[in-house]
Ligand binder design. Sequence first.
Ligand code: GTP
Length: 210
Amino acid sequence: MSFVRKSRTQVDYTAKVVLVGDCSVGKTCLLFRFVSNEFMSASYISTVGVDMKIKDIDVNGTKIRLQIWDTAGQERFRSLTHSYFRGANGLILVYDLMNPETFHSVRHYMSSVKSEADEEVILMLLGNKSDVPNKEKRVSYKEGQDLATEYGIPFLEVSAKTGSNVMEAFHALATAIKVKMHDEADDQFDLSDYVKKTVPDKRQERSCCI
Ligand code: GTP
């Protein structure tokens, strides 16, 4: 995997991050929340192909330019969007916690990641729409966490609508990317542990399904 060093533009590294998940899970809204810190409340327009936004962030004094690719969830774009996995430094798998089908699709995406992404890609699983009332949640926190544990990747429930855990998720991913490219000797860094330690558990009491 290669990282691009760009001193002339005052960033230390540029990293490619790809957002992937079924239609309507909230990938575009998560990206908009991260880049603009706003909820894109206009009516839903499905992404066509891929879109890209850039955000520079500072990770412990290292400036990282995140080039974030927002892929379309529609089946007809699948081979195109999966071609973006190659060369990605980070890959964020997103499901909608109101829609179990989108959760089951994560396994499908993971098999494509294994065959098409670089071996060293850093992965993260996000269950989006944590703002909805508990009675509308159809995938429990435990199910999300168990799947992430099975794959050995970090997991967070997030909300593009309220912003809950969104900045934290991208920041944690960027930290892992920075460690990989900057402090390669540090094989002690574990992103799942880092997320557990640094991101407060914002779960509300559930009346169902934990
Ligand atoms: P595709 O482009 O079709 O792949 O969809 P997408 O994954 O990019 O979904 P998008 O961001 O366009 O959001 C789909 C719908 O979910 C929109 O109606 C959003 O308003 C809604 N949505 C996105 N994030 C949230 C969230 O955190 N909470 C709630 N309640 N709704 C959300």
